[in-house]
Design a protein around this ligand. Structure first.
Ligand code: PLP
Length: 498
């Protein structure tokens, strides 16, 4: 926190607006040393932008301090835990950044001929092989740049497969606990969505599935472990019911953090899935930065994967294969988000199979540690043992008029990023906590202490929560206004120092 702004009440705009006329942050030789350039001839008159003449005029130190200050005002995984359920905000080892930034990896143009980038292609190939092994599937496309994009890719693949067989099925079944992207992806791919109501344990209701599963259903989209952190105990039976009626089982594998080295979707009946490398396989993704949502499929769906595919020839040479007549086409420019793919490969190789399994086991242990210590304070709507995340509700605290949002906001005063709230939708006042394996027991104990303290505050002084946060730089936001009238672009010059 910036001490200069906490002790004296400085005008915010003076802290933010640093521009002063004539101040510069560069040093170039005098223009007299160069021939005169007619800008309109070089870039074309249409491309000359008048409005940027109004850009801030700042020195180097102004710029460095401005952005360093902003980064300090932000919450980040390098500063503290980020227990956002379903997001797997684990600490990302810095060595991955170093590797992804190695010159041959970070500066290669994606159109460089295959012969000159054999190492880069081998890295992609190796990552695909590892993801196949981890998921128990037969083929992988690394193209989709996010989880939702992987879902759309997967649904387009299964649609192509079914239509190839002359089956024009129109429905996709999705449990009510699913991530919102699932129904969106199914709808974008042209399907109508039927919702399956979860049973009293928060799991898929087999009877409901058997009733809904008919010859018009193309697929079941299932998250496992589901968004309550619970592994579907009947997964094999579920797959069988779907397969018996000619449908496919799509798994939303965005959160593989509970499964690595323990269970493989390919072994429990899943036909295709996507995974989020920017969650389980360590890429910084808090600011909406680049992601990666590879799709893994069983053999019979391989012909439909996006082009180009990376192939290893008998000569050990790696090539791109564009000759894929049944492929759904391209999903993303070039070969996906290469830097994210490299980070994932670095993470997998550094951990090895033992390390990945240990990561999953520790993630599960950490979630259950929190579950155990908070279950007498916060309501547990579902009693089943959990895997990598645990969902509480704010039911106990709501008696005093405190909402789940108030609890989340107050947690910021204790120095923690709040967990996911109000999701999954089947839990009223949901608090979805995913500690991940990278938090130590000491850190978990602090979090538990803070959550317990907040519950006591909710009883004794509910207003304290309703006005929270009190200690952050920005106090409680008007979230409706922030969503309806977002200010996404700097446009202030009115406070310039003249
Ligand atoms: C994060 C997540 C997604 C969406 O992934 P994006 O990369 O944000 O598109 C889908 N399903 C589940 C279960 C998720 O947790």
């Amino acid at each position: 926190m910036n001490t200069r702004t906490t002790h004296i009440n400085l005008d915010e705009s003076l802290i933010f607006e640093k521009s002063a006329q004539g101040r510069i942050g560069f040093d170039l030789p005098s223009s007299e040393d160069f021939p005169e350039i007619k800008l309109d001839e070089v870039v074309g008159e249409d491309n000359i932008r008048e409005e940027i003449s109004d850009f801030p005029e700042v020195s180097e130190v102004d710029v460095v301090r401005h952005f360093t200050r902003l980064s300090n005002w932000n919450y980040h995984i390098d500063g503290g835990p980020y227990p956002l359920g379903s997001c797997t905000m684990k600490y990302n080892p810095k060595v991955n950044e170093y590797i992804a930034n190695l010159q041959g990896l970070s500066t290669t143009h994606p159109l460089t001929p295959e012969n000159f980038v054999q190492g880069n292609l081998e890295a992609l190939y190796l990552l695909s092989e590892n993801l196949k092994e981890i998921t128990g599937m037969d083929a992988v496309s690394l193209q989709p740049p996010a989880g939702a994009s992987g879902e759309l890719t997967g649904v387009l693949i299964l649609r192509s497969f079914l239509e190839d067989k002359g089956e024009h099925r129109r429905k996709i079944l999705i449990p009510d606990s699913a991530h919102g992207t699932n129904p969106a992806s199914a709808a974008i791919a042209g399907y109508s969505v039927e919702t399956l109501i979860s049973d009293e344990h928060g799991c898929l209701n087999l009877n409901a599935l058997e009733k809904e599963m008919d010859d018009d259903v193309a697929a079941l989209m299932l998250t496992n472990p589901n968004t309550l952190g619970i592994f579907e105990p009947n997964i094999e039976k579920i797959s069988q019911v779907v397969h018996d009626r000619g449908g496919l089982v799509y798994m939303d594998g965005a959160n593989l953090n509970a499964l690595m080295g323990i269970a493989r979707p390919g072994d429990f009946g899943v036909d295709l899935l996507h995974m989020n490398l920017h969650k389980t396989f360590s890429t910084p993704h808090g600011g909406g930065g680049p992601g990666s949502g590879p799709v893994a499929v069983k053999d019979f769906l391989e012909p439909y994967l996006p082009t180009p595919k990376i192939k290893k020839l008998l000569s050990k040479k790696f090539v791109f294969d564009y000759d894929c007549p049944k492929a759904i086409g391209k999903i993303k420019a070039f070969h996906g988000n290469f830097g994210t793919l490299i980070r994932a490969l670095a993470y997998i190789l550094a951990n090895g199979s033992d390390g990945l399994k240990r990561a999953s086991c520790t993630a599960i242990l950490n979630a259950n540690y929190i579950r155990h210590h908070l279950k007498d304070t916060y309501n547990l709507p579902y009693q089943r043992p959990v895997l990598h995340e645990v969902v509480f509700s704010s039911k106990n605290q709501a008696k005093n008029g405190v909402s789940v949002m108030d609890i989340a906001k107050r947690l910021m005063d204790y120095g923690f990023h709040p967990p996911t709230v109000a999701f999954p939708l089947i839990v009223q006042g949901a608090l979805m906590i995913e500690p991940t394996e990278t938090e130590s027991r000491q850190e978990l104990d602090l979090f538990i202490k803070a959550m317990k303290a907040i519950s006591i505050e909710a009883q004794n002084d509910p207003d304290l929560l309703m006005d929270a946060p009190h200690l952050t730089r920005i106090k409680r936001l008007d979230e409706v206004r922030a969503a309806r009238n977002p200010i996404l672009r700097w446009k202030g010059t009115k406070n310039r120092v003249k």
